[in-house]
Ligand binder design. Structure first.
Ligand SMILES: [Zn+2]
Ligand SMILES: [Zn+2]
Length: 178
């Protein structure tokens, strides 16, 4: 299992993981779907069982509130995840991979590996950019989460699509209201 030098990769993985289930239907519908998610996020291969799928979904729901909560509550969740899943970091070059850092235990399950790396990436990001940089889309019919490192460029929506949809809806509502 890869765990690598770029925290960005795990930050993106944490965001994308939460967004596998929002108001849209569940995307992690099978072990194969989870394997595809892991490979899409940089893993060379992924053997995934039904137990892995259930455990990853549970980790996902534990991470989700970090994007909604006040800083103090988000810190409690992240520190809890780090306490439960992160271990003393160590370097590895297993399977011919270049030297990279592992923060999950050597025999970690996919859920444990994901929890450790996602918690570390989110913690590092929040420590640098503040918890307001971890946010949820403001569109009423969207629950997607996102990260926004640009403090001077406040962002309310997950995508330009949601921003446009909301603006159009607001405009229509205003017109309908007279
Ligand atoms: Zn590795
Ligand atoms: Zn949105």
């Amino acid at each position: 299992m890869e765990s690598l030098t770029a925290p960005d990769r795990f930050l993106r993985m944490a965001v994308d993981l939460v967004n596998t289930r929002t108001l849209e239907p569940e995307k992690l519908v099978s072990p194969a779907a989870l394997a595809e998610f892991l490979i899409d996020h940089g893993e060379p291969t992924a053997d995934v069982t039904d137990d892995d799928l259930a455990a990853v979904q549970a980790v996902r729901e534990r991470i989700r509130p970090v994007f909604h909560a006040e800083a103090r509550d988000a810190v409690q969740i992240l520190n809890g995840l780090l306490a439960d899943y992160a271990v003393q970091p160590y370097l590895s070059d297993h399977d011919g991979a270049p030297w990279h850092l592992h923060v999950a235990k050597p025999d970690a399950t996919w859920a444990e590996w994901l929890a450790a790396n996602a918690a570390l990436a989110l913690s590092g990001f929040a420590a640098t950019h503040g918890f307001t940089a971890l946010d949820t889309c403001a569109a009423p019919d969207c629950e997607r989460v996102f990260v926004n490192p640009a403090a001077n460029r406040p962002r309310r929506f997950c995508t330009p699509t949601c921003s446009t949809r909301t603006r159009v809806a607001t405009h229509r509502a205003r017109r309908a209201g007279g």
